[in-house]
Design a protein around this ligand. Structure first.
Ligand SMILES: [Fe+2]
Ligand SMILES: [Fe+2]
Length: 279
């Protein structure tokens, strides 16, 4: 059995949980305990206490990509764990990531990459390994590696940039990936932000594992800025895949979430901080 506990998400699921813009999901199985992302700051430390899960059991961290709302919890987490920790990521996770979007009245470029230097995290116990390809963590958990963009309706957010010697250039988000779990009921796919497309991610997960059946998809879908057409085509693809359970989070946004909720009915849920899924 695999138990998924969402330790950081924009919205608190219930009393005692802290909502924080970001995502972190703990996947516990008999063999090991894997943490996908760490949220933006230290909400995972408080939320793990409320959820009654022991972070010391974590033996691998998977980074879905290098944005700060998924990596900002690394420092407080490593300080708390105080042990060597394997962290698997794509080599481009350290790109100098920025957004061109204005927030809170301020405009211009805003840094949204990993808010620590590698050496500091290594000093706290982090042991990074990098791969562009899928990484099998055990016989039933795999990271997707780079996700090919094959659907005509999914595009990378134009406001996502990288600062280079030649100035700001579009971020291809090659580091974007998901965690995939093989279960008896089909694949369970945990998305970080799905910057390269939720449907592209599902297609790639099927190819990597050779398993067609999609049981559950949870996490950030980045539909927050999708137009009507992309949302409609995404819904059509999810229905075509016969996704049994859909638990959206984070960068899905409330209006697209509401549309998904009405389309998927009792198979839909909000995957917020404190939500538990047992597989
Ligand atoms: Fe995010
Ligand atoms: Fe992101």
């Amino acid at each position: 059995m695999v138990k998924l506990t969402t330790l950081c998400e924009n919205t608190a699921m219930g009393m005692g949980y802290t909502g924080e813009w970001g995502l972190s999901v703990l996947a516990e199985s008999k063999e090991e305990t894997v943490l996908l992302d760490t949220g933006f700051s230290d909400s995972i430390l408080r939320n793990s206490v409320t959820a009654g899960v022991d972070l010391k059991k974590i033996n691998k961290i998977v980074l879905s990509h290098g944005h700060s709302d998924h990596t900002g919890g690394l420092r407080p987490l490593l300080q708390k764990l105080s042990k060597k920790m394997d962290i698997t990521a794509h080599p481009r996770v350290w790109d100098k990531k920025y957004t061109a979007r204005s927030t809170g009245g301020s405009s211009g470029y805003r840094f949204i990459g990993i808010p620590f230097c590698k050496e500091e995290l290594e000093g706290l116990g982090a042991s990074f390994s990098y791969s562009k390809a899928p990484v099998w963590l055990n016989d039933h958990m795999v990271t997707t590696g780079e996700i090919p963009m094959v659907t005509p309706f999914e595009k990378i957010d134009k406001n996502m940039l990288i600062k280079t010697e030649d100035g700001f250039v579009p971020d291809p988000l090659l580091d974007d990936r998901a965690l995939v779990i093989k279960t008896g009921k089909g694949l369970v796919i945990i998305l970080g932000c799905a910057h390269r497309g939720m449907i592209n991610t599902i297609i790639h997960a099927r190819e990597i594992t050779g398993i067609e059946k999609i049981y559950t998809v949870i996490g950030g879908t980045h539909l927050i800025r999708a137009g009507k057409e992309q949302l409609e085509q995404t819904i059509a693809a999810l229905k075509d895949f016969n996704v049994e359970k859909l638990g959206v989070s984070h960068c899905t946004g409330l209006p697209p979430s509401a549309v998904l909720a009405s389309e998927f009915g009792e198979n839909f849920f909000f995957n917020n901080a404190g939500n538990v899924v047992e597989l």
